[in-house]
Design a protein around this ligand. Structure first.
Ligand SMILES: N[C@@H](CCC(=O)N[C@@H](CS)C(=O)NCC(=O)O)C(=O)O
Length: 230
């Protein structure tokens, strides 16, 4: 019986791109449905991910799996070639530890910094730098978080590898810079130039345009809010 594998994703979404990178590493064929384009997204999300109603969702032979980190583990256990997680139990636990840190501490702190303005952004700066400093320390002199090969933590850190870089460019601020975080910046370049990553990241100019428009909208509404107070 042929396998049926579908990914319900979103082109600009780092969580969804994690899954695409993992599927490409494994070399498995899948059908991609982009939630930003399909008209029945809400119905599909309600059916496949009624708890969180978020993308990505991987549907394997009719069975849905939600939450990108759970999906990465599922993929690694289902298709054994080209492992994403290390085999050694201690290294596996550490990879999960850093992935959890990225999702629970790092991404929220960076997002908060990127999408706030003025004083609020200044306040978020220390925390965002703090999480980046921890990541910088964890990298040591390794090429990737897991060593010489791209793995679970690198895939999970994709928002640091591309999204933060593009968002800071579009927003006109600097947080992830080579003078402050030389190892992370080098890692980000290394990460983006891996063929399997390169082919599965959103086009940089399209992402830039999306975020630029979002910044203009935010500063527009902020100006309107300030004007209405006077
Ligand atoms: N923890 C989730 C986060 C996924 C997530 O935040 N997805 C957002 C995309 S930004 C989403 O689907 N939002 C609902 C929507 O766009 O309709 C994961 O790791 O998969």
């Amino acid at each position: 019986m042929g396998e049926e594998l579908k990914l319900l994703g979103a082109w600009a979404n780092p969580f969804s791109r994690r899954v695409e990178i993992a599927l490409k590493i494994k070399g498995v064929e899948y059908e991609y449905l982009d939630g930003d384009i399909i008209h029945n997204k809400s119905a599909l999300l309600l059916e496949y991910n009624p708890v969180h109603k978020k993308m990505p969702v991987l549907v394997h032979n009719g069975k849905p799996i939600a939450e990108s980190l759970m999906i990465l583990e599922y993929i690694d256990e289902t298709w054994k070639d080209n492992p994403i997680l290390p085999r050694d139990p201690y290294k596996r636990a550490m990879a999960r530890f850093w992935a959890k840190f990225l999702d629970e501490k790092c991404v929220p702190a960076l997002w908060k910094y990127c999408w706030s303005l003025g004083e609020e952004q200044e306040n978020a700066y220390e925390e965002a730098c703090g999480v980046l400093k921890i990541l910088e320390g964890e990298l040591e002199d390794k090429k990737f978080f897991g060593g010489n090969n791209l793995g679970f933590v690198d895939i999970t850190a994709n928002s640091v590898g591309l999204w933060i870089v593009v968002i800071q460019e579009a927003g006109g601020f600097n947080i992830l810079t080579p003078d402050k975080f030389p190892r992370l910046c080098k890692w980000a370049e290394e990460f983006r130039s891996c063929p399997v990553v390169k082919e599965n990241l959103p086009p940089r100019d399209r992402l830039y345009a999306l975020f630029k428009a979002r910044f203009e909208k935010i500063s527009g509404s902020k100006d309107a809010e300030l004007a209405s107070r006077h």
